[in-house]
Design a protein around this ligand. Structure first.
Ligand SMILES: O=C(O)C1=C[C@@H](OP(=O)(O)O)[C@@H](O)[C@H](O)C1
Ligand SMILES: C=C(OP(=O)(O)O)C(=O)O
Length: 450
């Protein structure tokens, strides 16, 4: 089933050269944070280039339920009238975060130190994902939570009336956990400290500093030590959301495996905590270049040029790169099946708790389409068939997971036979213009019943 209605079966088939420019939507992580921090600031935040995918729209709806004004001005421009740190009102209804782990976990953090109660739910995928990783550290502030067994949604959070600041070392490499703790720390007195062994995406830290909070990051033997001073008055911002490297991954990878292709993907954020896929592709021998590299709004940005790359070789992806490309493993494993030799992806246990168990979903789909794969608890390895030699021809289950759906639709563009996906509906959560953008480049990807 699609997240929002009947399943939308989709098919992709071998395509001629992909050519042209791919203007992908705004960054999903930064879009969620723009709405949440805008709602916690005093005054009017303006956002340009917001991702209007369902995950982010659900966060916007939630911010309204907590009392902020969130207005769509058209053309990717949004206005948020914030209520200030500690100013959230108690929602009258259950908060439905749809398919979005980022949405629900960050919002739980943002409300956890205000004396209000809120109940959260989501779709079948979100309601099966672990929430204790967030509610455990929130309990240290004095927040209470009751959910289903295994710490699953639906879940009620009772915000702490008298929060204390917290020092917390994250046990899993997760920007969502780190961000939930920092957002909760905003309304606690004193200094909240989060320590992470491995660097995860740092948009929350950068944006909190932009909104005027006192926040520092030190590199120590323990890892990154992030210290936030609580109870600031956040100043509203004008935010220009950079384009999403995780969405750029799809047209980039499609070009690499499709004969004769030459695609430009302009204005992509290349924050080092996000750009691991592109480094990996270049290590494999991909013809992928950065053009017009520059800084915008404090973030490195470049235009990516991807050309057909028949000489890619399988590699061992360094484990310490995993966090910087965590959402890109599905599409990387598709590229790996068109390379020569084995691509080993280890240290990726987190993939098992995304919108689906992404190791299982990828292994099942790759095997069905004639690619050999080996799998362990926290790793999998793809034996490449070489350029143009991936059989394809099978239907793949997307398990309510947008990245699984898009990865296999990319596979079909270079495979010998069409690849079908049982439900492309979830693509709208992060990349609502995926189908027109890809067909605009010359890709044969469409709804199967057309
Ligand atoms: O903080 C964020 O915006 C995100 C963090 C990552 O999740 P984890 O923190 O669970 O690794 C990533 O998979 C997700 O798509 C977005
Ligand atoms: C894991 C993802 O998102 P989330 O955790 O926000 O559902 C993703 O977009 O790949």
């Amino acid at each position: 089933m699609s997240a929002h209605g009947a399943p939308i079966p989709m098919t992709s088939r071998k395509s001629g050269p992909l050519k042209g420019e791919a203007h992908v939507p705004g960054d999903k992580s930064i879009s969620h944070r723009s709405l949440i921090l805008g709602a916690m600031a005093v005054g009017e935040t303006r956002i340009t280039g917001l991702l209007e995918g369902q995950d982010v729209l659900d966060t916007g709806k939630a911010m309204r339920a907590f009392g902020a004004e969130v207005e769509d001005l058209g053309g990717g421009n949004w206005r948020v009238q914030g209520v200030g740190v500690g100013g959230f009102a108690e929602p009258e209804n259950v908060i439905d975060c749809g398919n979005s782990g980022t949405g629900v976990r960050l919002i739980m953090g943002a409300m956890a130190t205000t004396p209000i109660t809120a109940t959260f739910t989501g779709d079948a995928s979100l309601n099966s994902r672990p929430m204790a990783r967030v509610t455990d550290p929130l309990a240290l502030f004095g927040t209470k939570s009751v959910g289903r067994s295994g710490g699953r949604l639906p879940m009620t959070i009772v915000g702490a009336a008298d929060p204390v600041p917290v020092r917390y070392a994250t046990p899993v490499p997760s920007a969502q956990v780190k961000s939930a703790v920092l957002l909760a720390g905003l309304n606690a007195p004193g200094k909240t400290v989060v320590i992470e062994k491995e660097a995860t995406r740092d948009h929350t830290e950068r944006m909190l500093a932009g909104f005027g909070a006192e926040i520092t990051t030190e590199l120590t033997d323990e890892g990154r030590v992030i210290t936030l001073t609580g109870q600031p008055e956040l100043k509203p911002q004008d935010i220009v959301v950079p384009r999403d490297p995780s969405s750029a991954a799809f047209p980039v990878c499609a070009a690499l495996i499709t004969e004769g292709s030459d695609v430009l993907v302009p204005n992509i954020g290349l924050n080092p905590t996000r750009a691991g896929l592109f480094t990996t592709l270049r290590d494999m021998g991909a013809n992928l270049t950065y053009e017009n590299a520059r800084e915008e709004g404090g973030e490195p940005v470049a235009d990516l040029r991807a050309r057909y790359s028949p000489d890619m070789k399988g590699i061992e992806v360094p484990e310490d790169r995993a966090a910087s490309m965590i959402d890109e493993y599905p599409v990387l494993s598709v590229v790996a099946s068109f390379a020569t030799g084995r691509t080993m992806m280890a240290g990726v246990k987190e993939l098992r708790v995304k919108e689906s168990d992404r190791i299982s979903a990828m292994v099942a789909g790759l095997v069905a389409n004639g690619v050999q794969v080996e799998e362990g608890e926290d790793w999998y390895a793809v034996d490449g068939k070489g350029p143009g030699s991936v059989p394809g021809g099978a239907e793949v289950q997307s398990h309510l997971d947008h990245r699984i759906a898009m990865a296999f639709l990319v596979m079909g563009l270079g495979a010998e036979n069409p690849v079908r996906v049982d439900d492309g509906g979830p693509i709208a959560t992060s990349f609502p213009i995926f189908e027109p953008l890809m067909t605009g480049l010359g890709a044969q990807v469409h709804r199967s019943n057309r």
